[in-house]
Ligand binder design. Structure first.
Ligand SMILES: Cc1ncc(COP(=O)(O)O)c(C=O)c1O
Length: 462
């Protein structure tokens, strides 16, 4: 007798598939294995970030071109990882190559602004509707500035954060990112769970955690802690728990509630900004917050970030009431790449192309899922998307926790061995389609989903 779980698949087949695909993965990448062993002597964990440590081993890459990536063993992949949501331009996009090559010959760092910074800020103002911007170097820095600014402007210390949202690795937001159910507390009053070691308890205690799509929870915190809450930070579409969309009225309701209580609203659009549409979720939903944080896709592959805000808040930066600083802020090389990305790559024609491929991905996978009678569904947001390995929609982190991690991992392995590179965090992450992707990349992805579905529903299938 085989064990069949609530999702309809044979769980022994799932474990078996993970084991055989892991073996194939290692067989395909012998040089990768050598790199892992050599790196392990000098790089902690054999990689340059803990997020690069995949099972069964970190993937060592050689180069990328267009929509493709190549590992050190010469295997080709359609790149749907996109460097965790960065590479919307694809690799070696001519506009970015030209902008960066030109800049690199004329000096790459001065710690003074260059004219490209004005073009980038003007473009972001047009897209996101916020009047003033500053730059930083990573999503972490942008959300750190947002939290500092909300505290500085209100003179209050407490922030509200959504359970399951990730905002980078600074202390204030390393709370309840991926908590286990047994530590997360009741769903309507989630506990504040440190998301890493090294975070002072005093800082974690200043974070009130709420469920996504739960306006009542936000209101309760504001009422129970009058005059304490500086503001709330959230991913307006959650993208570190698969993809979870806000329910109608949620974002507008948040803004009204917070403002009524003298608190501010910050969107972390580090993942959603520019990938979900020209002006991110801010423009799509028409609910402009007090602050927007951007990073990832805006830099065309170079590390840069931005924070946009209302005149009231950004005046505090301008006159030094809040010191927004950084040696590399507005770095000329990063600004040249961002300028090219915003003005030459992410054009209306590119967004039409991304939308056509989004539809092809969604319908191709939905057909496979229906043909195999699997209780899965597809969630997309512009160039981003994922398979949700359960039938019912997911409206918050607690729903997301019900998904068996093994499906995401099995999917990752099957895609990898089938020539598609995805982020190695299974159900947590999404695909990213770049402007250089084609129907052939989509077909490769969908074919691999069919192979996964075959293997799970008829375990003898090769
Ligand atoms: C929504 C969100 N915010 C912030 C960050 C942090 O960005 P970075 O890794 O550039 O510091 C991430 C990273 O994945 C993210 O997904």
């Amino acid at each position: 007798m085989t064990a069949t779980d609530a999702r309809g698949a044979d769980t022994a087949a799932l474990d078996n598939l993970i084991a055989t695909e892991s073996e194939a993965f290692l067989r395909r990448q012998p040089k990768g294995g050598e790199h892992v062993r050599r790196a392990g002597r000098v790089l902690a964990g054999g990689a340059t970030s803990n997020w690069q440590i995949a099972e069964p081993q970190p993937v060592w890459l050689s180069h990328g071109t267009g929509s493709k990536l190549y590992d050190v063993d010469g295997n080709e992949y359609s790149d749907f990882h996109g460097g965790y949501g960065v590479s919307i331009a694809g690799h070696g996009h001519p506009a970015i190559v030209e902008a960066v090559s030109d800049r690199v010959r004329r000096g790459t760092h001065f710690a003074q602004p260059t004219p490209d910074a004005i073009v980038v800020a003007e473009n972001l103002t047009e897209r996101f509707g916020l009047p003033q911007w500053r730059f930083a170097n990573s999503g972490t820095e942008a959300t750190m500035d947002a939290v500092h600014l909300m505290r500085a402007a209100t003179g209050r210390d407490r922030i509200i954060k959504v359970e399951g949202c990730y905002h980078g690795h600074h202390d204030s937001v390393q709370v309840s990112v991926l908590p286990d159910l047994d530590e997360a507390g009741p769903a309507d009053r989630p506990a504040s769970v440190p998301a890493n070691t090294g975070i002072p308890r005093a800082i974690t205690d200043l974070v009130s955690v709420v469920g996504f799509n739960d306006l009542a929870a936000v209101e309760r915190v504001l009422v129970e802690r009058p005059g304490e809450v500086a503001g709330m930070i959230l991913e307006p579409v959650m993208m570190n728990a698969g993809i979870i969309h806000p329910e109608p009225g949620y974002l507008a309701g948040l803004r009204d509630l917070l403002h009524r209580h003298g608190a501010l609203l910050a969107y972390d659009e580090v993942k959603t900004g520019l990938t979900t549409g020209p002006g991110g979720i801010t423009a799509l939903f028409g609910v402009t917050p007090d602050l927007v944080c951007l990073a990832k896709a805006m830099g065309g592959g170079l590390s840069t970030a931005a924070i946009g805000g209302t005149s009231e808040l950004m005046d505090m930066v301008a006159d030094g009431r809040y010191e927004q600083v950084g040696t590399f802020n507005g770095n000329p090389l990063a600004m040249a790449a961002a300028r090219a990305t915003l003005t030459e790559v992410l054009t209306p024609a590119s967004y039409s192309h991304l939308e056509r491929l989004r539809q092809a991905m969604a319908s191709g996978i939905e057909n496979v899922v229906a043909e195999h009678g699997l209780p899965w569904h597809v969630v997309t947001a512009g160039a981003k998307g994922c398979i949700c390995f359960r039938a019912e929609p997911v409206r918050n982190y607690r729903d997301f926790l019900t998904i068996d991690d093994r499906y995401g991992h099995a999917h990752w392995l099957v895609q990898h061995n089938g020539g598609v590179f995805l982020p190695p965090w299974g159900k947590v992450e999404q695909w990213l389609i770049s402007v250089q992707h084609t129907d052939a990349d989509v077909d490769r992805f969908v074919t691999n989903v069919a192979r996964l579905a075959d293997r799970l529903t008829s375990p003898g299938h090769p």
